[in-house]
Design a protein around this ligand. Sequence first.
Ligand code: TRP
Length: 335
Amino acid sequence: MGKEKIILTGDRPTGRLHIGHYVGSLKRRVELQNSGLYDKTFIFIADAQALTDNIENPEKVRQNVIEVALDYMAVGLDPMKSTIFIQSQIPELCELTFYYMDLVTVSRLQRNPTVKTEIQMRNFETSIPVGFFTYPISQAADITAFKGKLVPVGEDQLPLLEQCREIVHKFNNIYGETLVEPEAYLSKLPRIKGLDGNEKMGKSLGNAIFLADEPEVIQKKIMGAVTDPEKIKIDDPANPDICMVYYYHKLIGNENLETVCKECKAGKRGCVACKKELINKMLEFLKPIAEKRKYYEEHPEKVEQILKEGSQKAKKVAEKTIKEVKTSMKINYFD
Ligand code: TRP
């Protein structure tokens, strides 16, 4: 038990994925999936978790399950190598959550920094949905049901991983070694900034390039990106370090980066020309992704099939874990 190297991670389907997601995490997930170093990879769409603060928007969540699945396919997650599934289709996760709830105190949840920040961000104040408040417990179920050992996540998820490890410890202590303790697999990359210079590229911040954006949309967004405000005239020298256009040249690996930097500093590069160059590079960078996405958009039945088979496969794994859990807890009466 626990010897298999299993990768597991998920995304809340609250919007389409953007280039920040791609560079910051999806790209590496695909590399991990293809590396052959891991025994299994589970990638799931956390629709049940998304509903904990979107209970009045079922349509939005449902639509975004499809969008996220399309984005997964577009970037190269491969159902032959990764089990891709929908969280709500695995009822065993609810069952696990129910038992784990006994191992966590209300005050411990209240102290969880991620939950704290999220409660503030959503202005829940005193009307916090119980399901939202307890989602760290259900996230522990997500991870442990599949014996996830490496969990690729961003830094904001660390308190949730910590909470999961505590649950695993406590469970194993009381009921005997059953669950596998996960580790966060942190992205080495810093958070990706938005086109407006905001520290975070966000779905709701209006500063993101989405993987599914049409070329005209990308063009418009890049033309509006923030540059060095001190540069007024076309031949003014500027500081590329505070320019978002330069930042994106760098992010997508423009091979002429040095020239871009030199010319910018020397006042030999106008911002409009620089943006046009970025638009071309960006479209080139996103082209293979856009093409794959288009293919799956035109074959929704294939996406459905992948999610259905992935969910069936994942359910089998979760069934096995719940069986072990119930045996450990001595509630396996009819075995
Ligand atoms: N909380 C994650 C997010 O906000 C989604 C998620 C749900 C998750 N369950 C998980 C991530 C288990 C990693 C492991 O995107």
